[in-house]
Design a binder for this molecule. Structure first.
Ligand SMILES: C[S@@+](CC[C@H](N)C(=O)[O-])C[C@H]1O[C@@H](n2cnc3c(N)ncnc32)[C@H](O)[C@@H]1O
Length: 280
């Protein structure tokens, strides 16, 4: 019994689960079964149900906060998160993705990580996966993320996902790109903002907070932020979260409120935790 509790608690810890699940296909939002949902489930990658729900919220709400606006992603890998983002592309909007797709960036640590973590990545595989979900491909840019501003319109985006290099210098540039491309009420999502192997991401995003970025929510894997007025975003999160099926609490960080959002533990896990508490 104790062994089961220990395994269950380890699996519930998002970092440990991420390591354990690296080579597995991670399931998506089980509630929907559209064409892109099926493709999403079949694509290898790292995209968890709580973030899938938060992406759906942010992509929908950004249409309210900004109106018509473009979408962008830095670091697409095989297209798992891109397929979901593409689902929310409206007529007249542009979705741009950028990835090295196996090329070198010239920064040794970046190239070493990419070669180890994404050996099977090719632009062709991304295209094939995306076409299983959508009729039209996004604008695909092959190259280092720093060139994204040359290919996407400034002040025009309602949603940007930053999920590329983990090096501080690269992420700091990606943060500046996000600020440049976003429309005033647009939202940026930063992956790996607190993972043990990505201190450079943490440094870059919290530095941005010091310089005017407002965090509205954090999940175990991603940070959600805007350079606009955070109050309307928090207000709509306050309405959406109770029915989202997610656990959440409000915290104050650097004098600003944000929501800490996490998956609800399963009934089995809650029972195991209650059992362990009773034994103490
Ligand atoms: C964690 S994966 C992205 C995962 C993807 N968003 C998903 O949901 O499956 C990171 C991606 O960033 C790309 N990448 C790494 N460094 C980069 C850089 N300097 N510029 C552009 N892309 C980069 C890698 O090639 C890889 O495909």
């Amino acid at each position: 019994m104790c062994f089961c509790i220990s395994v269950a608690l380890r699996l519930y810890d998002p970092i440990r689960r991420r390591v354990l699940c690296r080579s597995l296909i991670v399931v998506g939002d089980w509630g929907r079964m559209g064409r892109s949902d099926k493709a999403l489930r079949a694509i290898p990658g790292w995209f968890y149900p709580s973030d899938i729900a938060l992406f759906r919220f942010a992509l929908t709400e950004s249409g309210v906060q900004v109106g018509r606006g473009d979408l962008a992603e830095v670091g697409t890998y095989l297209g798992k998160s891109a397929v979901l983002i593409g689902e929310y592309l409206h007529p007249g909007e542009v979705f741009t993705v950028i990835d090295l797709f196996g090329d070198v960036s010239g920064a040794l640590a970046n190239d070493t990580e990419n070669a180890q973590q994404y050996p099977a990545l090719t632009e062709q595989r991304f295209r094939e996966n995306y076409k299983k979900a959508h009729d039209h491909l996004p604008v695909i840019v092959k190259g280092p993320s720093e060139i994204l501003p040359d290919h996407a319109a400034a002040d025009a985006h309602r949603f940007i996902h930053i999920d590329g290099s983990h090096l501080y210098e690269h992420v700091a540039t990606d943060v500046m790109t996000a600020q440049k491309l976003l429309a005033p009420q647009g939202i940026a999502v930063f992956d790996d903002y607190r993972s043990v192997h990505t201190p450079g991401v943490a440094a870059a995003v919290w530095q941005a907070v010091e310089h005017g970025m407002h965090v509205i929510a954090v999940s175990p894997m991603k940070m959600y932020a805007t350079w606009g007025d955070p109050r309307p975003w928090r207000k709509s999160l306050t309405s959406w979260l109770p029915g989202s099926g997610l656990d959440y609490e409000e915290q104050s960080v650097l004098g600003e409120a944000l929501f800490r959002v996490s998956p609800k533990p399963s009934v089995l896990l809650r029972a195991l935790v209650a059992y362990q508490k009773r034994r103490k």
